[in-house]
Design a protein around this ligand. Structure first.
Ligand code: SF4
Ligand code: SF4
Length: 277
């Protein structure tokens, strides 16, 4: 049986795809973004047990070399995360596909579907594939939120079972992408083209980070790609915000003037649906 490691589930969200959706955050990411707001979702827990001594609420135990988190005792002080040597979290839960679907189905009368996010959801691609297959069988609308740094053949397989993706394009420029994330943008752009051609994109997102990224180049190139495939597709330009970032001063927050300037660049390239958030 395939199991997934889940960092968190938000039963109802209005900002993760169309309508009111249940969002599942899978643990682990293949990027190391400088602007990551949830760095504890990047690494899998190695069950070393170091964090147990920092928990004053008896919420962590090690049983058979596995750290077990007791949600009911947890006060969310995050001392375990702060003291983890690998920046991970013991506050994850292992689910089988059926266990996760059963949990989500409790909310389904109030929601329009589910969104699988992360971390990076495609890191756990075997679990994700099985989950998406069963969700589709049950008629549940499933979106994925992805950085698209996944083997194209794997993404094609996944795309048979999800409705739409909400990809991040962090930087068009290969070197700047590597500087921000630790990985190049080649695979991301290749996969973006595949998804656009397959009409599998709900919206594209780019975080604007002044001084670090070539924001104008990224917005210009991505908006041209959007205009070719579907000018009405939403392009979300997201302001970098320092709050919650581990080393927040690595960059400045963008000004409203810069955001407007980028919006105009995208509009001039034929992109009709641009949202600044
Ligand atoms: S969260 Fe970190 S410190 Fe705690 S068991 Fe996992 S790897 Fe070790
Ligand atoms: S966040 Fe929860 S598990 Fe972690 S140290 Fe605090 S009480 Fe313990």
């Amino acid at each position: 049986m395939t199991y997934g490691i889940v960092n968190k589930i938000i039963p109802f969200s209005a900002v993760d795809g169309p309508g009111n959706r249940t969002v599942v955050f899978l643990q682990s990411c293949n990027f190391q973004c400088l602007n990551c707001h949830n760095p504890e979702t990047i690494s899998f827990c190695s069950h070393c047990g170091i964090c147990i001594d920092f928990c004053n609420s008896d919420a962590l135990k090690i049983i058979d070399n596995v750290v077990i988190w007791n949600k009911n005792n947890c006060t969310s002080c995050d001392e375990c995360i702060k003291n983890c040597p690998t920046n991970s979290s013991p506050k994850t839960t292992q689910f089988s596909v059926d266990e996760l679907l059963n949990k989500i189905e409790k909310y389904s009368v109030f929601t329009s579907g589910i969104t699988i996010s992360g971390g990076e959801c495609t890191v756990q691609s075997d679990f994700l594939l099985e989950f998406l297959k069963k969700a589709k069988q049950k008629g549940i609308s499933a979106f994925i939120d992805s950085n698209l740094h996944v083997e194209t053949e794997k993404l094609k397989e996944l795309a048979n079972y999800f409705d739409k993706a909400m990809p991040d394009v962090k930087s068009y420029n290969l070197e700047k992408h590597k500087l921000l994330t630790g990985q190049s943008s080649n695979l991301v752009l290749k996969n973006l083209n595949f998804l656009l051609k397959s009409d599998k994109v709900f919206e594209i997102r780019t975080v604007i980070i002044p001084n670090i990224l070539n924001n104008e180049e990224t917005i210009s190139e991505v908006s041209k790609i959007i205009a070719i495939h579907n000018p009405k597709l939403r392009y979300k330009l997201i302001k970098y915000r320092k709050t919650g970032v581990k080393t927040p001063d690595f960059a400045n927050e963008p000004s409203d003037e810069l955001m407007q300037k980028l919006k105009i660049i995208a509009q001039n390239n034929g992109c009709e649906n641009i949202l600044i958030v």
